[in-house]
Design a protein around this ligand. Structure first.
Ligand code: MG
Length: 303
């Protein structure tokens, strides 16, 4: 279908392709999330959380099942060695898929207390793993296994695989969710999505300055997302933020100015990632389906 845009700032026109098609690549999911691009295979992997499966799509092979069951994975990313790093609701851990296919635990507890249900994850160029830990996967049996929170709070964590240290980097979120670095890694963006469970809850993206020691400072609200929440987002090489929202993908400049919107005809959009041969294809997970759209911007995340 022809893409439907809304433009708030002229600059948006340089980031999109006006005549692009919004393509529905695959459908039939209960709640799709966590798209992750593999350039070497030109394929995307994502989660269909309530169905406890991971799916894979390529232009050549269409959609296939990547892993089922999968411990109710949610967000995915890749580390600097190209290994798949996943948030598992069911395993209440961050896991990593080794080159031989084994799935190993990266981290599953903070000082002996189990994590809630890791939601979204990003790996910094120094190999540290940053993730959000809201309780969505333990609130019911729909997206994991219902359980009490052992931590009693929703933290944002930084894990250092060299030292094994798991550190709380933010402790004042109400359901932290999407997480991404600016291309120069000087800014960390984290979504606060409490609105998903109470109407007056937060629905914004916060930005932090990232210190050399890995400490965060200068917390500020970067963008108030309306409608819906910022479940997941990515940055392009210019530093613009492409975020999910209730009605589509919203694009913000690095200064936090809302530039425009790509409408996606679903109940809600959950996440997106850049891929394709030039990282100019935006893959979008939205409730029941996986979409793609060609854009003029180029994704920043590697590999
Ligand atoms: Mg999420």
């Amino acid at each position: 279908m022809p893409a439907r845009y809304e433009t708030f700032e002229e600059e948006f026109g340089r980031l999109i392709k006006p005549d692009a098609e919004l393509r529905k690549l695959a459908t039939g999911f209960e709640w799709a999330e966590g798209p992750c691009w593999f350039s070497e295979g030109q394929h995307v992997v994502w989660s269909d959380i309530p169905n406890d499966r991971m799916l894979k799509w390529s232009a050549q092979d269409g959609m296939t099942v990547f892993r089922q069951p999968c411990n109710y994975t949610n967000g995915h990313t890749r580390d600097r060695e190209g290994r798949l790093v996943s948030c598992e609701h069911g395993g209440r851990r961050v896991s990593r898929t080794e080159p031989d296919g084994r799935v190993i635990t990266v981290v599953d507890n903070y000082k002996g207390k189990r994590l809630n249900s890791p939601n979204d994850v990003v790996v910094k160029s120094d190999d540290t793993i940053w993730f959000t830990d809201p309780p969505y996967g333990i609130l019911s049996n729909r997206e994991g296994h219902q359980a009490e929170s052992e931590l009693g709070k929703d933290y944002v964590f930084r894990f250092d695989p060299r030292s094994g240290e798991l550190r709380i980097v933010a402790d004042d979120f109400d359901k932290p969710n999407g997480i991404a670095f600016s291309p120069d890694e000087k800014v960390l963006y984290v979504a606060d999505t409490g609105r998903s469970h109470r109407p007056d809850g937060p629905h914004h993206i916060r930005a932090f300055d990232v210190g050399r020691d890995g400490k965060l400072s200068n917390s500020r609200v970067f963008a108030d997302v309306e409608p819906g929440i910022a479940d997941g987002f990515r940055t392009d090489i210019q530093g613009n933020v492409w975020t999910s929202a209730g009605d589509g993908i919203h694009v913000y400049s690095a200064a936090g100015v809302k530039l425009g919107k790509i409408h996606v005809p679903e109940r809600a959009v959950s996440n997106c990632t850049f891929g394709g041969p030039n990282r100019t294809t935006l893959f979008i997970t939205a409730t029941t389906s996986l979409y793609s759209i060609e854009v003029s911007a180029r994704g920043a995340q590697m590999p």
